[in-house]
Structures are given as C-alpha cells and as structure tokens.
Write a protein that binds this ligand. Structure first.
Ligand SMILES: C[S@@+](CC[C@H](N)C(=O)[O-])C[C@H]1O[C@@H](n2cnc3c(N)ncnc32)[C@H](O)[C@@H]1O
Length: 247
C-alpha cells in the first residue's frame, strides 16, 4: 500500500537534472517523463484504453474513433498516438482528438519540451509544432488542426481554457479518455468529482479511460461516475497504472 501511494505522483528527480522548460510552473510538475515518453504513452494510454482492439474489431471501411484528453501540454500523447497508428498497419482511420489546455505553451516551448525524444519522432514533432504554431493560443475556446497520416486523418480539437468547460462543450461522447492532467496531489482540480462526472457522461457505454495514477481518490472518483476500474502493471518509474471501462 505504501509502495502504491509512493507511485501516485511522477517520481522526483533532482531539480538540477530537469531543464526548467520541462516543468509546468503552474503545478510544479513535469509535463511527462522524457525517458521512454513514447513507449510510456503507448503502454498507459493506448493499451489501457484498448484502441487497437476497437479499431481491429471495426472491420473494413472507415474507422472513426473519438478521444478526449485532459491536459494537452506539449502534445506528447498526440505524437505518440500518430506514431502508434502509423505503425499499426491499419488504414482508413479517422480520429477526432479532443483536448484541453488551461496554460498553453508557445510553439517554441513545445519544441523544447518535445526535444527529449526527437530522435524517435522527429518528423511528427516538426509536423505538430508547425501546425500548432498557427493556433492563436491567447484566444479561449476551440481551435482545430487536421493532420493527414498514413493511417488516415486525425483532427485535433483543442479547447484553450478550463477542462470542465471543454467537456461540457463536447457535442459527441468519446470512445476513450486519456486523463493526463498532473497527479491528484499536484492538481486536485483535474480529478474533482464534477469533472469526472462530466467525463463519465461524455463517454460511450463500453468506452474506456486510462491514466498514469492509481491514487485511491482517482480510483474511487472514476468508480463513482460509472467506470469499472482496474490496476495494470506500470511502466518506467510507475509500479501500476489504471484503466477503466464505462458500464
Ligand atoms: C501532465 S501535463 C499534460 C501532458 C500532455 N498530455 C503531454 O503528453 O504532453 C497536464 C496539463 O494539464 C494542464 N491543466 C492543468 N489543469 C487544467 C485544467 N483545470 N484545465 C485544463 N488544463 C489543465 C496543465 O497546464 C498541463 O499542461
């Protein structure tokens, strides 16, 4: 139990080893763990929500899939997802990727944050940074980017503002949610009942949720709003991660 509690937040690193641009100054927390950032995303979020199983089960023809993300940050999950799908061998996929960011970074800072895994995903980083640089990040509300990839097309709907407002503004429920808004100790607002309730309401029956934290408050919060949650083996510094399915 003590071990699990200790893995709920990102493992601490000596401050001198963390470049300042990697730390979100509003929450005193790293955007993500740069080591294995892509692999970590695939394990926690894509395997956790079973995207590949859903896409494979969809059969021939256009496969539409709607994702919600709490905490866009530097777009690492979006890059990892494009990399994952590019290498899936599946085509004719149309992903709608709804995300939200209260404190948007500049495109220059985004490039710096993502530089830790440039060797793995250079073209995808350049593609996203270039498209993101055309977003007016000082303007609240929806912004849209469409990217064409070998797997199909991905549409990023990015809400600049508060997560609850973004979830309320969604007109169509999501098939899967990636909850990545800093840990509950650093940012309890991202895990409050009101927000989790809204996320539950904007999830299709049988839809999935995945997150890096197994904190008791998160497990109980997701259970309270209708998800059956389950701990899975972790990755990197995390002993366990969480997935849930909406009943
Ligand atoms: C851990 S970072 C996200 C990392 C991102 N998924 C990535 O892979 O690059 C969490 C993000 O959530 C944002 N955030 C925190 N609280 C928020 C809120 N109430 N509404 C919207 N965004 C919020 C933070 O500013 C931060 O960028």
């Amino acid at each position: 139990m003590l071990q699990l509690l200790m893995t709920q937040e990102r493992p601490p690193l000596p401050t001198m080893h963390v470049p300042p641009y990697l730390v979100n100054e509003y929450y005193d927390d790293r955007y993500f763990d740069v080591v294995n950032a892509i692999e970590e995303a695939k394990h926690i979020f894509f395997q956790g929500t079973g995207i590949m199983d859903t896409l494979c089960a969809a059969g021939p023809g256009r496969k539409e899939f709607i994702i919600g993300e709490t905490g866009f940050g530097a777009g690492r999950l979006l890059i990892a997802l494009m990399d994952f799908l590019d290498n899936s061998g599946i085509t004719d996929i149309a992903i709608t990727y709804n995300s939200v960011e209260l404190h948007p970074v500049t495109s220059e800072r985004m490039a710096s944050i993502l530089s830790g895994f440039r060797t793995e995903a250079c073209p995808l980083i350049d593609l996203l940074v270039s498209a993101y640089s055309r977003i007016e990040i000082s303007k609240p509300g929806w912004h849209q980017i469409q990217l064409t990839r070998p797997f199909g097309i991905i549409t990023l709907n990015l809400w600049i503002g508060e997560a609850l407002d973004m979830v309320h503004a969604l007109s169509t429920p999501c098939d899967a949610w990636f909850l990545d808004g800093h840990g509950p100790k650093k940012n309890p607002a991202m895990w409050r009942h009101e927000l989790l309730m809204a996320i539950g309401e904007k999830t299709v029956t049988g839809g999935a949720v995945a997150t890096f934290t197994v904190a008791g408050a998160v497990r109980r919060g997701l259970t309270d709003v209708g998800f059956s949650v389950e701990q899975r083996p972790g990755v990197g510094g995390k002993k366990a991660v969480l997935k849930g399915v909406k009943g």
